[in-house]
Design a binder for this molecule. Structure first.
Ligand code: ACO
Length: 399
């Protein structure tokens, strides 16, 4: 194998690659993407098959441990995850200190980071047992923390998890249930949410996953690493795009703007407006996840009897954009975020909460990637170079 570090030192050459457009930061066995063909596979399994037939926890196991679990393995995993979903009563006070209007992604990043204060027995990345228990704790508590973040923002009481329910059903009940009455689950909605979460589980070295790896490369604990990943996901060019898409559609609708006029505005670079939910660093073809999301949007809205003009607007926008030379020449297609917001809205989630759903979905991928790096003895601390362009040397006045 070529020792690139030595080669760079010997030759004195540094590659300059803003945005890491062409630089592999790692080797990985987890997720494969062919952006030109629009292919996404987890551990070799096509995303379409997993979204249709697998469950969130089964896919999480696949990503983290490398194979599909046997029935016994999955039952045991599900049991362990569900039986770690309680949140310490003292910990819950964290949700009271934030203003109600705080962005839920900020609350989530704080809450997940704060897990390291309560679980000091699982912070050592060199101890496989601690890595294992922190994996279970993260998967177990993340949706509960998310539901509590939502409830507190609404000023509503927090429920305890109900382990007769599955992972996704439990989350829906915690998010929308009340102590006063039994929460009525809609199986079409929970199935659809599970499918969306599976679609988000991993996406190789995207910005948030790269962040998790970079922080993890310092041997920071997994809670700290994933809290950093949540903050990276927050940005509108990444996971925050699902929220931004809905604001964009709402604005077009409120202002009564014609779709062609909006598209012209986007094409004019001076406007600084992007078509949110369109374009991707890796996909130069239809994002395979977006196809499934689009079909799911129609199913969910039909089931709930919701007619949302924003869905019509999104479809028209897609149609106009895909025929336009600006988008065609740059190979810009809808990405996973383009249609998710419309579904989350129909399910009853506030717009500000959409990216938290992305974070719940992405958690297994972050864990799998952190663990893959952590288990690799050749891992080095991430430390990019820079090209220094500042002053060479000058002196303090009078010196
Ligand atoms: N609307 C309008 N123009 C766009 C868009 C868009 N959504 N996306 C890219 N372009 C244009 C750029 O202006 C650029 O044009 P130019 O060559 O004339 O300068 C060209 O397409 C290439 O764009 P880059 O910004 O260089 O592409 P990059 O790979 O760096 O960015 C990104 C990818 C950030 C996803 C971009 O497409 C974007 O901003 N999309 C909108 C936000 C979004 O939906 N993000 C979610 C991504 S998926 C995810 O994280 C889950």
């Amino acid at each position: 194998a070529i020792d690139f570090t030595r080669l760079a030192r010997q030759t004195g050459l540094t590659s300059f690659d803003p945005g890491f457009v062409n630089t592999a930061s790692t080797r990985s066995n987890i997720t494969f993407i062919d952006g030109d063909k629009g292919i996404l596979r987890y551990r070799g399994y096509p995303i379409e098959e997993l979204a249709e037939h697998s469950s969130f926890l089964e896919t999480a196991w696949l990503l983290i441990y490398g194979e599909l679990p046997t029935k016994e393995q999955l039952d045991d995993f599900t049991y362990r995850v569900l039986h770690h979903n309680m949140v310490n009563e003292d910990f819950k006070r964290i949700f009271d200190i934030f203003p109600k209007e705080a962005h839920p992604m900020s609350v989530m990043a704080s809450a997940v980071g704060a897990l390291s204060t309560f679980y000091q027995d699982s912070l050592d990345p060199t101890d496989p047992e601690q890595v294992e228990i922190s994996t279970i704790r993260l998967l177990a508590k993340m949706p509960v923390l998310a539901a509590y973040t939502l409830k507190r923002s609404l000023g509503e009481p927090l429920l305890y998890p109900d382990n007769r329910l599955g992972y996704v059903e439990n989350f829906l009940r915690l998010a929308f249930g009340t102590p006063a009455e039994e929460y009525e689950l809609n199986p079409v909605v929970s199935k659809a949410l599970e499918r969306l979460l599976i679609l988000h589980e991993d996406h190789e070295q995207n910005a948030s996953t790269s962040t998790v790896r970079l922080v993890g490369s310092t041997q920071a604990n997994i809670f700290a690493s994933i809290s950093a990943g949540i903050n990276a996901l927050f940005g509108p060019l990444h996971g925050g795009a699902n929220e931004a898409v809905l604001h964009m559609l709402q604005q077009i609708s409120d202002e009564g703007m014609g779709i062609p006029d909006f598209v012209e505005k986007v094409k004019n670079k001076e406007s600084g407006i992007r078509l949110m939910g369109f374009g991707h660093r890796v996909y130069k073809n239809y994002d395979p996840r977006a196809k499934i999301v689009k079909a799911t949007a129609e199913t969910v809205l039909d089931e709930l009897g919701v007619h949302d003009p924003l869905l019509d607007l999104a479809m028209q926008l897609e149609e106009v954009a895909l025929k336009d030379d600006y988008f065609q020449s740059r190979r810009l297609y809808p990405n996973v975020d383009f249609y998710t917001g419309v579904i989350y809205k129909a399910m009853g989630f506030p717009t500000k909460f959409f990216t938290v759903l992305f974070a719940i979905g992405r958690l297994p991928g972050w864990i799998a990637q952190w663990r893959e790096q952590n288990a690799d003895p050749t891992t080095k601390i991430g430390r990019p170079h820079q090209l220094y362009l500042g002053e060479t040397e000058r002196h303090y006045p009078g010196v």
